[in-house]
Design a protein around this ligand. Structure first.
Ligand code: GTP
Ligand code: MG
Length: 460
């Protein structure tokens, strides 16, 4: 990414027609450019920050559109630089036209996420907050909105900075003592140091345990409906999403390709994949279907295993149960067709699958579906949505950084136990500090930054 300070511009609203379109500009030339192209309805002597002005965007004295504009002057703006925002009529043509005018006047088209990247580089937010901006833009449910907003407000940054400060203090003590070694001045008791490292390590361990819940809140739950042919998998998908999403027939092998739909269960996003019945097949189309079903099973956070309660369990059913067990997937078992006389018991299923989550359902009569929906939510995010103050780890990048931090803390503890020179302990603690600093972006590389900001839309 370009780090020279030039002036960038982008349309921040989606392409297409809308009530209004917002065109944003950030950088030192923002005000000068606006002065050239904006004809205010009332004369402005000196544009003020955080004020809205009415007027026209003009080019060669021709009015291009009637707009509202606002200025946000450095340092009190999103990026920390001088910014201007133009709210124009939401036609794709007009927003493109205005953007072209800005570029003609010396602005450059912004890269994806470049406004937020500048905000980070100018110290307006740390890297975990910048990531939260992207999460908030992508939020589709209450759970994802909450975790993103708490992170944007700096909850994560604040907690981690408490740990960093403690570690930094310990490092300084140890390093200071090194310098004064000959005078034998003792600044800190090694026993206290050990206690502090253990405390931080325990807190980080607890934090790591929140990852599954945090990730599922942020990304949603990928759930695959798996089972033998004709057990009612597609009927269950249709019940869950309340529409005829998948074809249902009495022919075994109806579903070939995987079919996906989404469901918001009390604030948690479920991406549900209906799959082809798993069985040994020769037909090349069904064979491909089975391959895709297995892939969906592989990638799923949880499995809805469906069996047909109106007939005894088959070898196929049992083979599927073994497969799910082998992959250690979180599962909920559905005994479907509860409207017919039952040949399968929950006890039998429990023995074979080891699962306590077993429900009787009739997809045909739509009975047991509400209980199913309730169980799904409790199974994956243990009930309640995140609350303010509940610290959740939501990203793999953060998890990796914390795992590395803990490794270095363990090395420091070992060095302490082995009575190694304080130089070594300080070194390990510095490394722990660096790993922790990757989350907030105190320690970062261009590759990490490019990766993070490439997730963004242009204009944010
Ligand atoms: N009696 C009864 N029949 C059901 C129930 N659920 C599904 N069926 C019937 O079972 C047959 C198969 O249903 P599907 O939903 O297509 O089953 P599937 O598991 O998706 O089948 P494949 O895609 O072929 O693997 C259809 O004739 C459904 O009407 C139920 O709860 N009770
Ligand atoms: Mg089907």
């Amino acid at each position: 990414m370009n780090t020279k300070i030039d002036t960038i511009a982008a349309v921040s609203t989606p392409r297409g027609e809308s009530g209004i379109a917002v065109i944003r500009m950030s950088g030192p030339k923002s005000q000068a450019i606006m002065q050239k192209i904006f004809d205010p309805a009332k004369k402005i002597s000196k544009p003020q920050s955080h004020r809205v002005y009415h007027g026209w965007i003009t080019e060669k004295e021709e009015k291009i559109d009637e707009v509202m504009i606002s200025f946000f002057l450095s340092p009190h703006s999103y990026t920390g630089e001088d910014m201007a925002e133009i709210s124009a009529h939401g036609s794709l043509f007009i927003s493109k036209r205005i953007l072209e005018i800005l570029v003609k006047q010396g602005a450059r088209l912004a890269q994806p996420g470049e406004f937020t990247q500048r905000s980070f580089l100018n110290g307006k937010m740390d890297l975990s907050q910048a990531e939260a901006v992207a999460d908030l833009i992508h939020a589709q449910t209450e759970a994802s909105r909450r975790v993103a907003l708490y992170q944007l407000e700096g909850n994560l940054s604040q907690k981690l900075s408490e740990f960093s400060q403690q570690l930094l203090q310990a490092c300084s003590f140890l390093e200071l003592e090194l310098d004064f070694a000959e005078e034998n001045i003792e600044f800190t008791s090694l026993k206290d140091l050990k206690k502090m490292i253990t405390q931080i390590d325990t807190a980080l361990k607890k934090f790591l345990e929140s990852f599954e819940r945090g990730r599922l809140c942020r990304e949603g739950v990928r759930m695959a409906i798996i089972g033998s042919p004709n057990v009612g998998k597609s009927s269950i998908l249709n019940c869950l999403v309340e529409k005829e999403r998948a074809i249902v027939t009495e022919v075994a092998g109806t579903t070939r390709d995987t079919i996906e739909d989404v469901l918001d269960i009390e604030g948690v996003l479920f991406t549900i994949t209906d799959t082809a019945g798993l069985r040994e097949v020769q037909d090349p189309i069904e064979k491909e279907g089975v391959r895709r079903a297995e892939k969906a099973l592989e990638g799923a956070d949880m499995v809805l295993l469906v069996v047909d309660g109106s007939r005894p369990l088959s070898q196929e059913d049992k083979a599927i149960m073994d497969k799910i067990k082998e992959k250690e997937k979180n599962q909920l078992v559905i005994i479907n067709k509860s409207d017919l006389s039952q040949k399968v018991s929950a006890e039998e299923i429990r023995k074979l699958t080891g699962s306590e989550q077993i429900l009787s359902v009739s997809a045909l009569k739509k009975t047991g579906i509400n209980t199913l929906i309730d169980s799904l939510k409790h199974l994956v995010i243990s009930g309640d949505l995140p609350e303010e103050g509940e610290l959740l780890l939501t990203r793999e990048r953060h998890r990796q950084a914390i795992l590395r931090t803990r490794e270095h803390l363990h090395q420091a503890q070992k060095a302490l136990t082995d009575n190694m020179s304080q130089e070594f302990i300080a070194f390990d603690l510095r490394q722990a500090l660096d790993s922790l600093g990757e989350i907030s972006g105190k320690k970062t590389t261009d590759d990490i930054l490019n990766f993070i900001f490439s997730e963004f839309c242009v204009g944010k």
